[in-house]
Ligand binder design. Structure first.
Ligand SMILES: Nc1ncnc2c1ncn2[C@@H]1O[C@H](COP(=O)(O)OP(=O)(O)OP(=O)(O)O)[C@@H](O)[C@H]1O
Ligand SMILES: O=C(O)C1=C[C@@H](O)[C@@H](O)[C@H](O)C1
Ligand SMILES: [Mg+2]
Length: 181
């Protein structure tokens, strides 16, 4: 499969809690690719947590950092990249994402909420009604996530390994479509 992909990067997009980081690491193993996480690169390079960056610099500055990181990452090949949930918001980011193959992990709000209920590391969820916040963010972003090359619909009972396998099974179909263009 990694030969079929010819080193083309795999970008995982989707809401916070969708499993981009968890599934991305497994996919990197399957493909013999390196794994990168744009959120991790930002926190490591700034020495600050995502919460700190949102509080001290604001979301706009965070989005700029995120775009800078993506621009640098896409210069490399053989990468599986877990992106931040909001990477799809900046139009310019799509020109970077489309250098590679873009996979949307589509997870229902109820499941996102269950996974993140105890999590305090996602600043956008520090809201009086986090479930409603997730619903409205997903509604707003669905047209953007839909620009992915491959959509994987995730259900509650699927393990991360099963989801990674589903992505692997979906890749040849996307490559065929690309060749037919
Ligand atoms: N298939 C799965 N089954 C059960 N739990 C999962 C699954 N995938 C991910 N999780 C759990 O859900 C939580 C969120 O997953 P993860 O951090 O991978 O999401 P993410 O898409 O990277 O989120 P963010 O955009 O905020 O970085 C983690 O606690 C992870 O262990
Ligand atoms: O969905 C979002 O906008 C975010 C998701 C996370 O990955 C982080 O990038 C940050 O918490 C913002
Ligand atoms: Mg993540």
């Amino acid at each position: 499969m990694s030969r079929l992909l010819k080193g083309v990067n795999l970008y995982l997009i989707g809401m916070m809690g969708a499993g981009k980081t968890t599934v991305g690491k497994l996919l990197a193993n399957h493909l013999s690719y390196k794994f990168l996480d744009t959120d991790d690169i930002i926190t490591q390079s700034t020495g600050r947590s995502i919460n700190q960056l949102f509080a001290e610099e604001g979301e706009v500055a965070f989005r700029q950092l995120e775009s800078n990181v993506l621009a640098q990452v896409c210069a490399y090949t053989q990468l599986t990249v877990a992106t931040g949930g909001g990477i799809v918001l900046e139009r310019q980011n799509w020109s970077y994402l489309h250098h590679g193959l873009v996979v949307w992990l589509d997870v229902p709000v109820q499941l996102l909420y269950t996974r993140l209920a105890e999590d305090r590391t996602r600043p956008l969820l520090q809201d009086s009604d986090p479930q409603e916040k997730l619903r409205s963010l997903l509604e707003q972003r669905t047209p953007l996530y839909s620009q992915a090359d491959l959509k994987i619909t995730v259900t509650e009972e699927q393990t991360a390994e099963e989801i990674a396998n589903k992505v692997m099974e979906g890749i040849p179909g996307v490559l065929k479509q690309e060749l037919a263009k």
